[in-house]
Design a binder for this molecule. Structure first.
Ligand code: NDP
Ligand SMILES: O=C(O)C1=N[C@H](C(=O)O)C[C@H](O)C1
Length: 296
């Protein structure tokens, strides 16, 4: 660099220039709406958006009988007032939104995805516990708008899924695959979305169709394990954020791949990465594997 250029670079911008820059960066901020804003993940996401760079909170949604309606989203999240109140009227809130991030309930996610498909607004879905019919409805919505959906938004779990696929492909059928998960006492669905995602990865590695090879909820005299099954076990208790183990139990040896979530920030950060990635994409159903570039 030529010495003559240094003074120009180190000079502080005038107030007017700084205001102009601020206005420009506001215009380019990603405008995000959070659905399920009053929940554990909703509040985590409010903090992540309000503290994040290049993001603006365009709205915060809850259901029509939520006790949080009318509260300030910043205050709800334990921050200073954000000037955004918790609403239940999606139509009024969505105007000018780039991406909606949804961690709520399956029924709410499906309704919202259908509405966003009509409006051409992208959605990042973290909700888990969908039925086959609800998954089909989301796939239909993804033909008209961008949908990023994953049972786990964290980098670590998506890496674990890649390792699971690899191990399942390399180890023969004599290695029994069992997936064990533990979550907090308030979780309502089982197996967890992550456990199912890991099961899909193991099935892909083995070249089998997961629903045909799933063993869930063993109880009573079950008979011996069917060779080739992928087993699921769910534990619930306390405040556990989320723990998953994929066990490959072979003859006289065992391989265990484990992920332990220590904070919900990993899910919120992943969801924001997905939201940034989603902007401007072609309509379609994407996963965190696409967002994180982990395919193959
Ligand atoms: N993919 C991932 O990485 C992760 C996924 N999850 C999943 O996200 C979902 C939410 O988890 P969590 O935050 O712990 O659960 P919470 O129950 O704490 O939050 C869900 C929120 O959604 C609200 N809600 C219910 N119905 C509607 C509706 N129709 N419209 C808008 N909001 C609604 C609930 O309100 P109310 O409480 O009044 O019913 C609640 O505030 C779960 O399915 C969970 O498995 C969680 C963590 C990570
Ligand atoms: O409900 C939760 O808390 C979590 N749900 C997701 C799941 O079902 O796997 C992800 C994470 O483990 C936390």
């Amino acid at each position: 660099m030529r010495a003559g250029h240094l003074p120009r670079l180190t000079r502080r911008p005038s107030d007017r220039a700084r205001i102009r820059f601020r206005e420009r960066s506001d215009v380019s901020d990603l405008r995000v709406v959070i659905n399920g804003a009053g929940g554990r993940m909703g509040q985590e996401l409010l903090r992540a958006v309000l503290n994040g760079e290049g993001l603006s909170l365009a709205g915060a949604l809850e259901h029509s009988t939520s006790g949080h309606l009318g509260e300030d989203a910043g205050v709800l999240a334990g921050l200073k007032p954000a000037g955004v109140t918790i609403e239940s009227d999606a139509a009024a809130t969505l105007n000018g939104t780039d991406v909606v991030i949804d961690f709520s309930t399956p029924a709410s996610s499906v309704r919202l995805a259908e509405r966003l498909a009509e409006a051409g607004i992208a959605i990042v879905i973290g909700t888990t516990g969908f039925s086959a019919a609800e998954n089909a409805a989301i796939e239909a919505a993804a033909r008209r708008t961008v949908v990023v959906k994953s049972g786990n938004m964290s980098l670590g779990v998506n890496m674990l899924a890649a390792l699971t696929r690899q191990a399942a492909a390399a180890l023969g059928i004599e290695f029994d695959i069992e997936i064990v998960e533990m979550h907090h006492a308030r979780k309502v669905d089982a197996p967890s979305g992550t456990a199912l995602l890991l099961g899909e990865a193991a099935a892909e590695g083995r070249g089998i169709h997961l629903p045909d090879w799933t063993a869930k909820a063993r109880d009573g005299v079950t008979g011996p394990r069917r060779p080739g099954d992928i087993g699921f076990a769910s534990l619930r208790g306390g405040s556990v954020v989320g723990e998953h183990a994929v066990i490959f139990a072979g003859p006289s040896e065992r391989v265990e791949l484990v992920h332990k979530a220590e904070s919900r920030t990993i899910f919120a950060n992943g969801a924001l990465t997905a939201a940034r990635w989603a902007k401007g994409r072609e309509p379609g159903l994407y996963s965190m594997v696409d967002v994180l570039g982990l395919a193959g």
